[in-house]
Design a protein around this ligand. Structure first.
Ligand code: F6R
Length: 610
């Protein structure tokens, strides 16, 4: 949440900052601001409430502000309303700065600073942090690094700071703890950003700044320091993502582009793990012996990644006969979980920065349990801290509502399940090969579903005024319902619930009114008739029904008013196909309601606060 960028070099900084912020707007869009410095001149700060375009108009797309050194911020409000005063950058006598994260002890620090004569103009924790750095700079420290170090020792919480010191023109200082930041290197220039897409157009050479580390950027040099102020060496990494991947590429919205990238994301993730008829987890660090040694699996994640976990539970338990529990990271971290020492904890996260998932990972490690991260963003905090990493190959995901990362995570989960099944003697070689070959057919089947998207567009156009939508299913179909329902509510703002079909009549069915849309997911052969019966129960209470099932099950049309068919695949992999029409439905309803599909209200893509 919140995106930060910085540039120092020989080119005008402001347009580069605005361009980078545009790529990071998915991280927050309550307000935006930039601070730019022209040589030894004063730091110019411009801020605007609302979307980035307001700031862009205010600065004539950055052309109105001269200078080759600057920092920029796009905000998802935590402390203080989304006003211009609360927008970053925040300024003190000696330092101007921006921040992503949360300062937990900001009130205590604010009181201390107030006693020392400081006056605060905003309600933000960031202004407190900037003034604390100013305080240490003036009181004890002789260098920016000293001042930042002093402040870091006092601050509790998470942060990625970018700072301009008045006495040090042509330098940017950065520091981080638990909030993401990368440093990019160009020819005679350096960049900083919360996430790769912001700088991908300019460079692919990056440094990952670690927790409790400080960086000093000039046009021609980069220096890193630890908390003691000692210089440290860091390794340069190359980002493999293609620059075009972070652009809209002719689609009206990133979400639609990313929906269409799913065949590629699925294929690339699969081929990174399966070679021919075999799955190879050696790069992840998992041997068949390891897979045999686990007594249980605990999957921990948030939101859609948790929904992936729910699908994986059904698939892993069935194919490998290993007990799998799925936890919400925000619950896991505070309930003293009981896990066997031979358990495997799997953290699933697109961004690799979700605060609760990161905390759950740390807790598992403290408990001495082995951890595996399924992550999309290379070098992210979760990827770096987990014992083992399995990278999904979905490329940058910009739309706030996840689509292709979800699909790539499913594939990673299937591969693990299949290999677990073989290693633990639950799958024959023949069945193992058959399942891997079936996985290979999924990208083509997703393409076929996408070819038929106009039918969903038509259906969605009839649903724009819906008040409630219920998604019901059993087993894997219930897990699919969870994701379908989230897609609907988060981008179309229609109240929606996902229910295990058999559970509806234990209370929730009383919410159904004449015409309420109920969507039945019926991809599991053995459960088809059971869910049909539940749909009939809804229909007899006035519900309007849509059914999502597999080609051939045309009898569904006797029950539902609108049927959607998906190609056949193994029942275990149905989520990969069934989710596509549900994503499209959410997308088209949102567009039909005239909403901002890529940046839904109140949300941010990377949830770095708990
Ligand atoms: C919903 C969505 C969120 C994320 C959740 C976890 O479309 O994108 O529910 O799945 O915030 O984020 P990551 O995967 O980055 O940990």
């Amino acid at each position: 949440m919140c995106g930060i960028v910085g540039y120092i070099g020989r080119r005008p900084a402001a347009p580069i900052l605005l361009d980078g912020l545009e790529k990071l707007e998915y991280r927050g869009y309550d307000s935006a601001g930039i601070a730019v410095r022209d040589g030894n001149g004063p730091v110019a700060v411009v801020k605007a409430q609302g979307r980035l375009r307001v700031l862009s108009d205010k600065t004539d797309h950055g052309k109105a502000i001269a200078g080759n050194c600057g920092i920029g911020h796009t905000r998802w409000a935590t402390h203080g309303e989304p006003t211009e005063t609360n927008a970053h950058p925040h300024v003190s006598e000696t330092v101007t700065g921006i921040h992503n994260g949360i300062i937990e002890n900001y009130q205590e620090l604010k009181d201390k600073l107030t006693k020392n004569g400081y006056v605060f103009y905003s309600d933000t924790d960031t202004e407190v942090a900037i003034k604390l750095i100013d305080y240490y700079y003036k009181k004890y420290a002789h260098t920016p690094v000293d001042a930042i170090n002093h402040a870091m020792v006092r601050i509790r919480g998470s942060y990625a700071f970018a700072l301009l010191f008045n006495d040090y023109p042509e330098e940017i200082y950065v520091a981080r703890k638990d909030s993401p930041m990368i440093i990019g290197e160009g020819e005679g220039e350096h960049y900083l950003a919360s996430d790769v897409p912001a700088i991908l157009k300019y460079t692919r050479s990056v440094y990952y700044i670690g927790n409790l580390e400080i960086g000093r950027l000039t046009a021609d040099s980069l220096t890193f320091y630890n908390l003691d102020g000692d210089e440290i060496q860091k390794e340069k990494k190359e980002i493999e993502w293609d620059a075009a991947a972070a652009e809209r590429g002719g689609f009206e919205h990133y979400m639609m582009k990313e929906i269409h990238e799913q065949p590629t994301a699925v294929r690339d993730t699969l081929h990174s793990l399966a070679h021919g008829d075999h799955i190879d987890l050696s790069e992840v660090g998992l041997t068949d012996e390891d897979l045999r040694s686990f007594s249980q699996i605990c999957i921990v994640a948030c939101g859609s990644a948790w929904h992936v976990g729910m699908v994986c539970k059904y698939v892993m338990e069935d194919l490998a006969r290993i007990p799998v529990q799925v936890d919400l990271a925000s619950e896991f971290r505070y309930r003293r979980p009981i896990l066997d020492q031979n358990a495997l904890v799997i953290i699933i996260s697109q961004s690799g920065e979700t605060a609760d998932s990161l905390a759950a990972l740390r807790l598992s490690k403290q408990m001495g349990i082995r951890t595996l991260a399924i992550v999309n963003v290379v070098g992210s905090s979760i990827a770096r801290e987990a014992d083992m990493v399995l990278y999904t190959v979905a490329g940058p995901e910009i739309a706030v509502a996840t689509t292709k990362a979800y699909s790539a995570q499913l594939i990673a989960g299937y591969c693990l399940a299949i290999q677990l099944g073989l290693a633990r003697g639950e799958l024959t070689e023949e069945r193992y090969t058959e399942l891997i070959r079936e996985l290979d057919t999924l990208p083509g089947k997703i393409e076929r579903i996408l070819e038929d998207k106009e039918r969903l567009q038509w259906f969605a156009s009839k649903q724009v005024a819906a008040k409630d939508i219920f998604y019901i299913g059993r087993g894997i179909d219930y897990a699919i319902s969870l994701e379908g329902s989230l897609k609907a509510k988060e981008i179309s703002y229609i109240h929606s619930e996902a229910y295990a079909a058999g559970e509806l009549k234990h209370g929730t069915i009383s919410l159904l009114e004449e015409g309420t849309l109920v969507i039945g997911i019926l991809t599991q052969q053995e459960l088809f008739e059971k869910t049909v019966s539940n749909l009939v129960e809804c229909k007899s209470r006035g519900a309007y029904l849509m059914g999502l099932t597999v080609n051939g099950h045309y009898e569904i049309e006797d029950t539902v008013s609108f049927a959607v068919y998906i190609p056949k695949t193994d029942d275990h992999f149905m989520a990969s196909l069934a989710v596509i029409p549900l994503q499209l439905l959410g997308y088209y309803i949102s567009v039909g309601r005239g909403l901002d599909v890529d940046k839904p209200r109140n949300l941010a893509k990377s949830v770095t606060v708990e």
